[in-house]
Design a protein around this ligand. Structure first.
Ligand SMILES: *Cc1c(COP(=O)(O)O)cnc(C)c1O
Length: 373
């Protein structure tokens, strides 16, 4: 059967491997599996949110409040914007989809960093957009500027901080770049890990209200999947000028997040203390990964997120390291698909990380032995 030709150039998104697969394929006990492949919060969901959801489980038969009034009010208060500036998505992924569909048609251009969140390109290709990437893996604004000037773009993506590498541009540099961008170009600032970046370094902090006031062609994206520990509930949001949000609403299916997801997000915003505690622990544990990499002579990228990217030299293949870890029940991300000999590990809890270091040492030792045979 023939399908939409645009899909011929579309890749299928490869999600982090689920725990169930490791149980099935490698016979590892569920309790021994450590999943550090999708940047979930390793401390689990706030107990207050869990309690709330348990008490609401009888409400499953009802559609959610489609206006999402309470959640938008709470987000509006948190970010000093009005509800009209906010759209809720089934994960911020869906908001990206709305934005790309709203702006792109065939032969529109999308500009992004060479190694960044894979969904930008996937949604772009679905819309028939031409994908333009900068040369460096990490965000390089000089390259963005040069390519924008020479080729133009309908959409520019900036992932701040960037997944899967972890680096983050300074706000002042981003603003200086945005000042040179035409108001007809939609700029998407993906803040999926902004809570982490602004905790570590206030120079990285993007304030959505300030952003959209100064740059009405910019939209800020946030998610409850990472620091707010609700990956399984699928709630994200976009913040932008009312005219942009109104246009996106034309693309939104009704009831696009579930009754329980909506309640979970509303409750999660109330427990900022939990979120801040998790973020502090994240960076404490991050230093252990940095020490580990230094001691073994591996390069890593300084990270403003809840994961770290470690690069290997020619002594190891990241795909082999990832596979051996998987067989021992540790799920991480191999970055070979991005053209890098590197792995991305979500920062786990203290116990999880201790085990990762031990097993990673064993795996590296095994791979060295094979090499020497
Ligand atoms: C995780 C992530 C998202 C969105 O996740 P959702 O679960 O769909 O909200 C968006 N951008 C980046 C860079 C991410 O890492």
């Amino acid at each position: 059967m023939k399908f939409n030709k645009l899909l011929d150039n579309c890749k299928i998104y490869e999600a982090g491997k689920p725990i169930e697969l490791v149980v099935r394929d490698y016979g590892v006990d569920t309790k021994d599996i450590i999943k550090l492949a999708s940047n979930e919060n390793p401390y689990g969901t706030s107990p207050k949110v869990v309690e709330k959801i348990a008490s609401l489980s009888k409400n499953m038969f009802m559609y959610p409040d489609d206006s999402m009034y309470e959640l938008k009010e709470a987000l509006g208060k948190k970010f000093s914007v009005t509800s009209d500036n906010i759209i809720i998505g089934s994960g911020s992924d869906q908001v990206i989809d709305f934005l790309v569909k709203a702006k792109c048609s065939e032969n529109s251009k999308m500009l992004m960093s060479r190694t960044t969140f894979a969904m930008y390109e996937i949604y772009g290709r679905q819309a028939g957009a031409q994908i333009i990437k900068t040369k460096d893996d990490e965000h390089n604004l000089a390259q963005f500027e040069e390519m924008y000037e020479s080729q133009g773009a309908d959409i520019i993506f900036l992932c701040l901080p960037n997944n899967p590498l972890g680096e983050c541009l300074d706000r002042d540099d981003v603003y200086a770049f945005l000042a040179k961008v035409d108001k007809e170009t939609l700029v998407i600032i993906d803040g999926a890990y902004q809570e982490y970046a602004s905790f570590k370094d206030s120079k990285k902090r993007i304030d959505p209200a300030d952003l959209i006031e100064k740059f009405p062609n910019a939209v800020y994206l946030g998610t409850f999947s990472k620091a707010y520990a609700l990956g399984g509930m699928r709630v994200g949001y976009g913040i932008g000028q009312t005219s942009i949000i109104k246009t996106m609403y034309k693309l939104r299916p009704p009831f696009n997040i579930s009754t329980l997801s909506l309640a979970a997000a509303i409750e999660a915003i109330k427990d900022e203390e939990f979120v801040q505690k998790c973020i502090a622990l994240n960076f404490e544990e991050m230093t252990r990964y940095e020490e580990y990499a230094k001691q073994r002579g591996f390069e890593y990228i300084e990270s403003y997120t809840n994961f770290i990217t470690i690069k290997f030299d020619s002594n190891y293949l990241s795909s082999e390291v990832a596979q051996k870890l998987l067989e021992r029940g540790i799920i991480i991300r191999d970055l070979t698909g991005y053209g890098l000999n590197a792995i991305r590990i979500t920062i786990g809890s203290k116990e999880q990380n201790t085990r990762v270091f031990k097993v990673l040492d064993e795996v590296l030792e095994d791979l060295k032995k094979v090499e020497n045979l």
